[in-house]
Design a protein around this ligand. Structure first.
Ligand SMILES: Nc1ncnc2c1ncn2[C@@H]1O[C@H](COP(=O)(O)OP(=O)(O)OP(=O)(O)O)[C@@H](O)[C@H]1O
Ligand SMILES: [Mg+2]
Length: 351
């Protein structure tokens, strides 16, 4: 737990990161990502008896410089009067444990890895935003830390460069096998980078899992709706037992719930929300379990098409591969692939 002036910035954070793992902390603004990272870095102290361990060492009370961690933040803060070479070697120069030849060797290796070898004698003002961020990364790499801590390091870059640099960061991390904690509020960045993603909300970790688990098996409504673009479709319904089967009923449908998607059998009727991702809403023939909808809008997205549908005043999104099989204004039938649906109780927990 971590408290500042009565505000609990982090209420419940319990994270385990395997050696060499790429862990992403993902969550909306103000959920406590930076505070968590600053606690790990030693820039803030956790309250209570909370402890931080790295490689079998309890580092909770160690000053930041003794933790052997390296940071990359959103604002690069390169020293403007130093060359790129001196900016990269800065931490090593300060530490004074390596001789000049060893430092030069590390700077060479890092700059080769990051494709900034040709710029070593330039000043930061002669670099583009992406190059400056590579130099900041180089400064962290030459320290050969136990872990990299990165707080939105790509946030200041334009969209195309962000995507390019995120591939670069993953490539470098794979090559060095250095444990990494990477903070972002961008779900696409999190899904593409993380071996594991910890989704945070209001100071608490909601779920830790692989990108696949987080997307296809969210722990609760928050994770289900925060992840996914276009977002999860949600339907209000009632869950009840009818003979030997469990059904979910709403104004639009009356569907059998496959056993696999429930954590436990419901007792009596209960209100639920059914969540289903747009790619599992299928447009098809009029058959059992299909219900009629009107096509309101079509958004071609290149390899896929997003189709907006409407029924009983509710908007439903369907994502199809390739071109749209339907036209705007048409009435068509959809089925929900119930094996891929999530059921949430009124408190937002999975049923
Ligand atoms: N120094 C401080 N004093 C008081 N409250 C703070 C302080 N730093 C952070 N907080 C509060 O703690 C909570 C978590 O903040 P934190 O900076 O960790 O969020 P974040 O997840 O990194 O958000 P963002 O995505 O906007 O960077 C917020 O409610 C914030 O207002
Ligand atoms: Mg932050």
């Amino acid at each position: 737990m971590f408290e500042i002036g009565g505000v609990q910035a982090c209420k419940y954070v319990n994270l385990e990161i395997a050696e060499g793992e790429f862990m992403v902390l993902l969550g909306p603004s103000g959920c406590g990502k930076t505070t968590t990272l600053r606690c790990i870095a030693g820039l803030e102290k956790p309250d209570n008896d909370d402890a931080i361990w790295i490689k079998g060492r309890n580092i909770t009370t160690l000053p930041p410089k003794d933790r052997n961690l390296a940071f990359v933040f959103q604002d690069t803060m390169l020293f403007p009067h130093l060359t790129v070479r001196k900016n990269i070697s800065f931490g090593l120069d300060m530490r004074r444990t390596l001789d000049k030849a060893a430092i030069d060797r590390r700077v060479q290796e890092a700059s080769k890895l990051l494709h900034v070898e040709a710029m070593l004698d330039r000043k930061p003002s002669q670099l583009s935003g992406g190059q400056a961020q590579r130099v900041a990364l180089g400064r962290a790499i030459v320290m050969e830390p136990d872990a990299f801590l990165m707080d939105e390091p790509l946030a200041n870059l334009d969209a195309a460069l962000r995507v390019e640099m995120r591939t670069e960061i993953k490539r470098v991390q794979r090559k060095l096998s250095t444990s990494t904690i990477f903070v972002t509020h961008d779900q696409e960045e999190a899904l593409s980078l993380g071996d594991k993603i910890a989704v945070m909300h209001e100071g608490a970790v909601q779920q830790v899992g692989s990108p696949h688990e987080i997307y296809h098996d969210p722990a609760n409504l928050f994770v289900g709706t925060f992840i996914g673009s276009p977002p999860l479709n949600l339907f209000e319904g009632t869950l009840r037992t009818e003979g030997s089967r469990t059904v979910v009923a709403s104004a639009l449908f009356h569907l059998t719930v496959p056993d696999g998607i429930m954590k436990k059998k419901p007792q009596g009727d209960r209100n639920v929300r059914l969540g289903i991702r747009p790619e599992f809403v299928t447009i098809g023939p009029e058959e059992e379990d299909a219900f009629p909808v009107q096509v309101t809008l079509i958004e071609p997205l290149g390899s896929r098409t997003l189709i907006f549908l409407q029924a009983e005043g509710q908007e439903i999104r369907s994502m199809v591969q390739g071109e749209s099989p339907v036209r705007e204004g048409e009435t068509v039938h959809v089925t929900l692939q119930m094996g891929r649906a999530f059921l949430f109780d009124p408190a937002g927990e999975r049923v």
